[in-house]
Design a protein around this ligand. Structure first.
Ligand code: PLP
Length: 384
């Protein structure tokens, strides 16, 4: 009789004995994630259904259609990427860049720099123009750069979460058409909260996230691609160098064939459907106006307290406000105090603005006058 092999003994080295998860109440007034809407959380908690179930296929169509509404686009290829905003960001670049393509990135903050890094990894010939952190680009400098560099793609950020600047978009799409390049726009901190018109602005590629203006937890990255970008994808000489984010494969699942690509995160899409349903119920104009008026309430209150806002009024982003940390105040210690004592999260500065500003987010479900007043009261009573 041959001896049966002895299985290895099971080690308990990594076997933690934990209580079920319990998270504290937090009011997330930083750069994101923002608090999720309660009915979005209910949608997320539903039992999963199959990702090829006819009911799920119907839900996919609803999510696509509502994303088109949120973005004001008729783009056929409008889908939530399974992943965070960075996955959708990478999808825009991976699908359209061919090695050696010139990509011009207009950098005015941290997320512009991320576009530079990602485009380079897809072997684009990346060139940049830059503005100091807190400013935006004007048409003349964009046109001069398009003439000098003749890029295949101009990539830029609509709502720079690192600086609190909203890039004015009038005329940029026309410039790109005139100079025969695609316009790629980061709308992570604007979708659902700040006026945004993908088709009217002639934007060819855009991406966003679930966790800010849409009041959903992080986990999905809305993505949209217009006909000019689709034509560039169709004309590629080689495969898209990223299997997971290849839109030509993904479209076989999201389009009419319904062929398995990857197992869709079905519950995240339940949450996304509910978040977009709430946005459609409120109406874009009302949602944009709510974000604007709560931001103005915050700006006025902070200035009344003698604090200085980093961005000039016309460029200020309603979803994210950068406030200069006053001389002699430890900005990190103050944010920590708000979190520990009151359960309120406020962000610190990133990159060039590290240690210089706080970043206050009023996004989606959290954009209310009550939240603004609560925070202003705490700035008044707690700031040393
Ligand atoms: N772009 C901008 C403007 C952002 O603010 C963020 C995240 O905050 C991203 C891209 C990346 O998104 P995510 O962190 O969801 O991957």
């Amino acid at each position: 009789m041959p001896l049966l092999p002895v299985p290895p003994t099971v080690s308990s080295t990594h076997r933690l004995a934990l209580d079920p998860i319990a998270t504290p109440e937090r009011l997330l007034l930083g750069p994101g994630p923002s608090n999720a809407h309660p009915t979005v959380l209910q949608a997320l908690a539903r039992m999963p259904i199959g990702h090829l179930d006819p009911l799920y296929i119907e839900l996919m169509g609803e999510v696509q259609e509502l994303l088109r509404y949120a973005w004001q686009t008729d783009n056929r290829l409008t889908i939530p990427m399974s992943g965070t905003g960075s996955a959708a960001m990478e999808a825009t670049l991976a699908n359209t860049i061919e090695p050696g393509d010139k990509v011009l990135v207009a950098v005015m903050g941290y997320f512009g720099q991320r576009l530079v890094d990602m485009a380079g990894r897809y072997r684009a010939d990346v060139v940049t123009i830059e503005r100091p952190w807190g400013e935006a680009f004007d048409l003349a400098e964009l046109e001069a750069a398009l003439i000098t560099h003749k890029p295949a793609i101009l990539a830029m950020v609509h709502a720079e979460t690192s600086t609190g600047v909203c890039q004015p978009m009038d005329g940029i799409g026309d410039l790109c058409r005139r100079h025969d390049c695609l316009l790629l726009l980061d709308t992570v901190t604007s979708l659902g909260a700040v006026p945004l018109y993908i088709d009217a602005w002639k934007v060819d590629l855009a991406y966003s996230c679930s966790q800010k203006g849409l009041s959903c937890p992080p986990g999905l990255g809305p993505f949209t691609m217009g006909p000019r970008a689709e034509a560039k994808l169709a004309a590629r000489s080689g495969k898209v160098p990223n299997w997971y984010l290849d839109v030509s494969l993904l479209n076989k699942y999201w389009g009419s064939d319904r062929v398995y690509h990857h197992t869709a995160p079905v519950n995240m899409n339940f949450g996304m459907r509910e978040a977009l349903r709430l946005l459609a119920e409120e109406g874009l104009e009302a949602a944009w106006a709510r974000h604007r008026s709560n931001a103005e309430r915050l700006w006025a209150g902070l200035e009344r307290l003698g604090l200085e806002l980093h961005v000039s009024e016309p460029l200020r982003l309603p979803t994210l406000t950068t406030v200069r940390i006053p001389e002699g105040v430890d900005g990190k210690a103050f944010s920590r105090h708000l979190l520990d004592r009151f359960g309120i999260e406020v962000g610190g500065g990133l990159g060039d603005l590290a240690g210089k500003v706080w970043r206050i987010g009023l996004m989606g479900y959290n954009s209310t006058p009550e939240n603004v007043d609560r925070l202003l009261d705490l700035f008044a009573s707690e700031l040393p």
